[in-house]
Design a binder for this molecule. Structure first.
Ligand code: C5P
Length: 222
């Protein structure tokens, strides 16, 4: 039997580059499935915190992933039946997620979960290594960037809307530290995949970014 190709659009980029919102909208416009790979790293982190597992204990973290009871329902994320959509976005989880992301066996386990999201009629996947490592044969690869000031402002707004109180200067420092960790780790570091469309969203609104990606997709398809 000939295996049919399932198209994937990968949207990678640093924290607060807007990739989550954009990826969800692109997926919904195309009727594709959606993978928020960062949420998986966040779920492992939250689960470790809840179970008193040390965040540098790679073996225990892998055991945790094998037992991870999670569910994505639309925009909502559940852990053991509890809605953790807001909780996984707090700064403690955010900062620690990028620390556990350096472990080889954690990435290996999460890779197995991520590839299963590839289903008909297609998938939009966002993260750091979607185009480089998880879906290297993706139909379309996008790399989103935005200047650090814009990203800090966006992240500040998101956190305030979710009821978290944070200072802009702390946020800026956290973003810079996470960028460094994500870009300099040995395994699947954050980088622009070959053949990706690079899009700086600093001066663009969400709709402009979504429409640009849909245009690239339609152009390539035809
Ligand atoms: O995208 P998000 O900010 O939710 O990701 C949280 C963290 O998970 C990132 O800072 C990164 O360290 C890690 N991550 C990763 N590879 C991915 C997605 C996220 O290493 N594909």
């Amino acid at each position: 039997m000939i295996k049919k190709y399932i198209p994937v659009i990968t949207i990678d980029g640093p924290t607060a580059s807007g990739k989550g919102t954009v990826a969800q909208l692109v997926a919904s416009k195309l009727g594709f499935h959606y993978l928020d790979s960062g949420a998986l790293y966040r779920l492992v982190t939250l689960s470790a915190i809840n179970n008193n597992v040390q965040l540098d204990n790679e073996l225990e973290l892998v055991i945790l992933i094998k037992k991870l009871n999670y569910n994505f329902l639309g925009k909502e994320v559940y852990l053991n039946g509890v809605n953790v959509t807001t909780l996984i976005r707090n700064e403690k989880v955010s900062n620690n997620a990028s620390k556990i992301a350096k472990f080889k066996n954690i990435r290996k386990e999460l890779f197995k979960i991520q590839v299963k999201f590839r289903k008909f009629p297609g998938l939009v996947a966002d993260g750091r290594d979607m185009g480089t490592t998880v879906f290297p044969d993706a139909f379309l690869k996008i790399f989103l960037t935005a200047d650090i000031k814009q990203r800090t402002k966006r992240r500040y707004k998101q956190l305030m809307q979710k009821g978290f109180s944070v200072s802009m200067s702390d946020l800026l420092i956290n973003l810079i530290k996470r960028d460094i960790r994500d870009k300099t780790r040995n395994l699947s570091p954050l980088k622009c995949p070959e053949q990706a469309h690079l899009l700086n969203t600093s001066k663009m609104n969400i709709n402009q970014v979504v429409n640009q990606i849909l245009d690239w997709y339609k152009y390539k398809k035809n």
